[in-house]
Design a protein around this ligand. Structure first.
Ligand SMILES: Nc1ncnc2c1ncn2[C@@H]1O[C@H](COP(=O)(O)OP(=O)(O)OP(=O)(O)O)[C@@H](O)[C@H]1O
Length: 299
């Protein structure tokens, strides 16, 4: 479990992180989302013990992270800018990882040759950027970490490899309860893999949400009436968005679905459809309501 409380960090006059709190539960995948310069990498560098915080605390499984080798022995970090020893092949780097990580799994390393299909005697620095990313995942997964911290992890991977890599990571989340924090600019990228999303903007967490709750709590309804559409409908729940075109009303309502639907049905609509909502729409409606132009934060 990752717990960040009241974390602040400044670089000179610039407050890169301002009183950030996040919690990543064991065995869950947390998506850290935010535009360029939001502070994602700075937060991640605290989670992996590269930066010491100005204020607040950063713990993993109850232990402070900074300068703590015990935590690093079960934590894998795949940064946006990868680092490998320039002279080392994949096999040599694997031996190096095996010496660092008590949970290193050689059997898995050899099994995953089929997935990654790169000659293990090749020097990593000579591989393409996407292939280097693949190697980072290959080695990272074989370290059997309890915690994985991934910064823009699938950038540079082709779509087939993205799927394969995510399926390996999610398999570990399901089978070994690995805790994963993943940063991205792209909500759509995170939608299928995350249990929680935190949105970071100007060094602050704007919102932290459980995706299951979000999806069950907000509903998009398209309703048509034979005559005039009642203006005040529904009074159950909170209307986040409403647009009307003649007798057809499109609305996004937050609240208990069954209560909302039964109230709308009582007004005898000729059509009542519940439409699917993407996660992006949910965030736009939910945060738009509290005064943020979320479209400028998400892509
Ligand atoms: N070592 C540093 N020295 C000075 N300023 C820094 C340093 N690292 C980050 N910053 C500043 O802190 C802010 C947050 O940067 P950070 O790299 O954490 O953002 P990010 O969300 O990861 O952005 P991106 O999506 O572009 O990678 C930026 O304004 C950046 O210029």
């Amino acid at each position: 479990m990752i717990e960040v409380r009241g974390l602040s960090k400044s670089f000179g006059q610039l407050k890169a992180l301002d009183n950030v709190d996040i919690t990543v539960n064991k065995g869950s995948v947390y998506g850290l989302l935010g535009p360029n310069g939001a502070g994602k990498t700075t937060l991640i560098k605290h989670l992996v013990g590269v930066y010491r915080q100005d204020a607040g605390s950063v713990t993993i499984d109850g232990q402070p992270v900074y300068e703590n080798m015990a935590v690093k022995s079960f934590l894998v970090y795949i940064p946006d800018e990868l680092f490998f020893f320039s002279e080392y092949s994949i096999a040599e780097t694997a031996r190096f990882y095996a010496s660092l990580y008590p949970g290193w799994d050689w059997e898995r390393f050899h099994r995953l040759k089929q997935v990654f299909a790169i000659d293990i005697d090749r020097r990593i620095s000579r591989l393409s950027r996407g292939m280097q990313k693949q190697v980072a995942f290959w080695l990272g997964i074989c370290a059997s970490p309890r915690v994985m911290i991934l910064d823009e992890p699938v950038d540079g991977l082709d779509p087939v490899m993205r799927k394969k890599v995510w399926s390996l990571v999610l398999q570990d989340v399901a089978e070994r309860e690995t805790t994963v924090l993943v940063s991205s600019h792209n909500l759509r990228e995170l939608e299928d893999v995350c249990d929680y999303i935190g949105i970071l903007h100007n060094g602050k967490i704007l919102v932290e949400k459980d995706l299951d709750d979000l999806k069950t709590d907000i509903h998009k309804l398209q309703v048509a009436f034979a005559g005039e559409a009642p203006r005040e409908l529904p009074s159950t729940g909170t209307i986040l968005h409403r647009e009307q075109n003649g007798s057809i009303v499109l609305m996004v309502v937050k609240g208990d679905k069954e209560n909302i639907l039964s109230e709308v049905r009582r007004a005898s609509p000729v059509i009542l459809d519940v439409l699917p909502l993407t996660l992006e729409e949910i965030f736009i409606y939910e945060l738009g309501g509290i005064g943020y132009d979320i479209k400028s934060v998400l892509i």
